[in-house]
Design a protein around this ligand. Sequence first.
Ligand SMILES: Cc1cc2nc3c(=O)[nH]c(=O)nc-3n(C[C@H](O)[C@H](O)[C@H](O)COP(=O)(O)OP(=O)(O)OC[C@H]3O[C@@H](n4cnc5c(N)ncnc54)[C@H](O)[C@@H]3O)c2cc1C
Length: 622
Amino acid sequence: MDKFAVIVIGGGHAGIEAALASARMGSSTLMLTMNKDTIGLMSCNPAIGGVGKGQLVKEIDALGGQMGRAADACGIQFRILNASKGAAVQSSRAQIDMDMYNRYMKSLVSQQDDLTVKEAEVEKILVKGGRVLGIATDKEEIMADSVVLCSGTFLNGIIHVGLKHHSGGRINEPAAISLDDNLRALGLKILRFKTGTCPRLDKNTINYSSLKIQEGDDPARPFSFSTGEITRPQIPCYITYTNQRTHKIILDNLDKSPLYAGIIKSTGVRYCPSVEDKIVKFADKPRHQIFLEPQGLDSDLIYPNGLSTSLPEEVQLEILHSIAGLEEVKVARFGYGIEHSVVEPTQIYPTLEAKLIQNLFFAGQINGTTGYEEAAAQGLVAGINAALKVKGKEPFILDRSSGYIGVLIDDLTTKGTQEPYRMFTSRVEYRLILREDNADIRLSKIGYELGLVEEKDYRGTESKVKAVKEGISLLKSARLKPGPEVNKTLSRMHSSLIKKSVTLEEVLKRPEVTLKALLGAGFISAPMAENTLRQVEIEVKYSGFIERQIREVDRFRNIEKIKLPKGLDYTLVNGLSREIKEKLDKLRPLNLGQASRISGVTPAAISILMVYLKKVNYCCSN
Ligand SMILES: Cc1cc2nc3c(=O)[nH]c(=O)nc-3n(C[C@H](O)[C@H](O)[C@H](O)COP(=O)(O)OP(=O)(O)OC[C@H]3O[C@@H](n4cnc5c(N)ncnc54)[C@H](O)[C@@H]3O)c2cc1C
């Protein structure tokens, strides 16, 4: 009988990161997937990143994960979203050649040392005495010390097009039904969520002449801190809009929508709604934007982003033909909705290990998220923890002050989610210090110590840290003296004139002044790499806010440090209400900070717990 240190079920975005991390950390790893050809398949839109999601990809990259590098290798259009807004909310996004991405991931996984890939449907998780033993397919049992389940939308998936539905994990792929039954039998609470995707259009049947073009950024900024530059020429997307005729067609056919006819009962994606949802919920909006995104360089398919729908095929055609540029469009594949099972995520620890079953980890859409990036981030954390557990090492947990990944996992495991969870910058308290541009500075040391970040990349980050420090101290020490030349240059920058000597740091703090302009004017001559320059500028311009956030983080970490023992009997804590005792007992927070974020757990309850911990001498370490 085969035995592995770690088995990863799933070859999607979560499964890939989990399997690569575990294998790269030296654990013999088996990836089981229903179909080897679909490893790294992008089920929905041909893009990686976006607001809040770009930050996740940068953090995955800084920790030694793969998604950022893969996006750079297969990207066909790169943009920084919110580029005109503050540094805290700027996010990277790239259009991806889907087939290239699929090939890249398949090849990478197949070449990874210590990683075996096998095609099979897992039907059961084998468990004995509350601990995982391995898995069973219809043909064999395979043993493992840890199992990571990343089964995406496949658990008892039901695909809807109009009022017709059938079982399926994704279009033309079977659902995992036995495994769904097995998880329920193991005692896990299961929710049902719904998501949907757009039709795919034949690019040769679109009339582009009236459409607005959207180009990528020039130069393209890569995702990965290890990518030098993007050399592949970028291709444009096009923009069109729905109109009143489109809206009427949708409203006239709402009774044929599985959602509105009450056939789909599961909870849908609030932030990525179907077009029928948008028309109903935002009835006052005269039109909705649609991005026509190419699925790849050699692909004939266009993804009409914004047109997710599960209306019947003939209605989808009518909708499309009502839209400018799409009057004659031919559809290669129709949109559909999918309902699938989700493991209620408060049943897992922030390590992503199940509370009920030791050494069983969950990652990706199965935990109630939507999106490739959210899945990949969890996959990385679960893969790392599965490998650490096997080696008997301390678990890896990122808290809310350390990264978007920490916020994502804390939200899921502490508060749970009643609808598909998508990452946003607004979910992050300390977003001014958790930026895309400094993800390497924040996290690559952890990735390096875990064995996931290569020596040369880590040394590169160390050099960047040094260069940023030197740049800032140079600006603090260099002074500008008033004089006609200096003031003429300042006035060209639309900046007020100086009457006394000031440091360059003070000048750079002025909103209208950029570091590039100061360098260009010859006020300082310090050659700086593009990424160092950006860091220095942000650190100087926002220094007051950043310092305030650092103080807030210190306060946050102080309470996060106070651990709650695993076996703590909350019924013995006098002064807590029964409701709070029950919640704490059920959710088993790891520390006081996590306890304080559970809904209904009051500041008074936290004080009572703190006093109790001191009294029984548990405080701060165990
Ligand atoms: C129709 C549809 C619409 C979507 N719409 C959006 C959207 O609008 N916005 C958005 O951000 N995201 C959307 N997504 C979600 C996005 O595709 C997923 O969040 C992401 O792919 C999840 O990654 P994952 O690794 O968790 O699972 P997946 O990428 O789904 O991969 C699951 C993997 O598990 C394997 N597997 C499953 N069960 C078994 C088993 N029993 N045995 C062996 N292998 C198994 C499968 O073969 C597959 O390799 C959509 C997905 C679908 C299907």
